[in-house]
Design a protein around this ligand. Structure first.
Ligand code: DX5
Ligand code: ZN
Length: 234
C-alpha cells in the first residue's frame, strides 16, 4: 500500500457525530478546488460521487480527479462508488487519497469488497438504493463503518427526497442502538434544510448535499444552514 498523507482534516470524527458532507457532483468542475476551498470551513467531509455509466446512467469523476483535489484540501474524502465493478478501482482510489469508500450492496460480492476496502486502510461503507430493504444490509452491520441510505435513486443530483426511506433509516439506527454498534448512518439525495431534520429525526448523522450547497450563491452559508437545521432537530 502506498503511504498516504494524513492530517487533522482527515479525521473522520466519532461514530454518530453530525457531519455535513457537500457533494462535489453539483460543483463547477472547472473550478473544483476553489469551490471546495470555499465550502471547507463549513464541511466535515467531502462527498465524491463516482459514476461508471453502467450501475447508473451517468458518468462523473474518477481517481485522477480525487488525486488532484487531494493536493488542495485536507478534508476527509467520502467516496461513493456507484459502479458495477468497484473492486477494480479500490486500489486506485486509495492511492489517490480517498479516506472512505462506499460500495453499493446491489452489485454483490459485498464480503470481499468490504475486506478489500478495510485492507487498504480505508473506512468501509455500504450503500442501499431506496428500494433495497433493511434486511439486505443487516448481516453486514458489524463489518462496516457506514451505511448510506440513498434518499433518491442514484445517478443525478437535484432530485427530490424520498421520505419513505426514513423507515429504513430508523431500522438501521435501532439496530445500532440495540447492539452499541460503531456505525455512521448517511443520507444522500434531496437533502436540504427541510429534509435534513427529517432524516436526523429518523436517525441519520451524516448529511450529503449537492445542489442545496453548490447551487447556492454562498455554498458555505448553505452548509451552515443545513447544520443548523439538523441541530434544531435535536
Ligand atoms: C446522487 C448522488 C448524490 C448527489 C446528491 O446519485 O449520490 O451524492 O450529489 O445531490 P443532491 O443533493 O442535489 O440531491
Ligand atoms: Zn452520493
Amino acid at each position: 500500500m502506498h503511504e498516504r498523507p494524513s492530517g487533522p482534516g482527515r479525521d473522520p470524527g466519532h461514530f454518530g457525530d453530525v457531519r455535513i458532507a457537500p457533494s462535489v457532483l453539483s460543483a463547477d468542475f472547472g473550478m473544483l478546488a476553489e469551490q471546495v476551498g470555499e465550502v471547507a470551513p463549513s464541511a466535515d467531509w467531502l462527498h465524491v460521487d463516482v459514476m461508471d455509466g453502467h450501475f447508473v446512467p451517468n458518468v462523473t469523476i474518477g481517481p485522477p480527479v480525487v488525486a488532484s483535489l487531494r493536493r488542495h484540501t485536507p478534508l476527509f474524502f467520502d467516496c461513493h462508488l456507484m459502479m458495477t465493478e468497484p473492486g477494480r478501482y479500490l486500489q486506485d482510489f486509495a492511492d489517490a487519497g480517498a479516506d472512505g469508500c462506499t460500495v453499493h450492496i446491489e452489485v454483490g460480492g459485498t464480503d470481499e469488497l468490504i475486506a478489500r476496502i478495510r485492507g487498504l486502510g480505508l473506512r468501509a461503507g455500504l450503500a442501499l438504493n431506496p428500494d433495497t430493504p433493511f434486511e439486505a444490509v443487516r448481516p453486514f452491520l458489524r463489518d462496516v463503518d457506514l451505511v448510506l441510505c440513498m434518499t433518491v435513486f442514484p445517478g443525478f443530483g437535484g432530485q427530490s427526497f424520498i421520505g419513505e426511506v426514513m423507515t429504513k433509516v430508523e431500522q438501521v439506527r435501532a439496530e445500532i442502538d440495540a447492539n452499541a454498534l460503531a456505525l455512521d448512518v448517511e443520507v444522500d439525495g434531496g437533502i436540504d434544510t427541510t429534509t435534513a431534520p427529517v432524516a436526523r429525526a429518523a436517525g441519520a448523522n451524516v448529511f450529503v448535499a449537492g445542489s442545496a450547497i453548490f447551487g447556492h450563491e454562498r455554498p458555505w452559508e448553505a452548509a451552515d444552514a443545513i447544520r443548523e437545521s439538523v441541530r434544531a432537530a435535536g
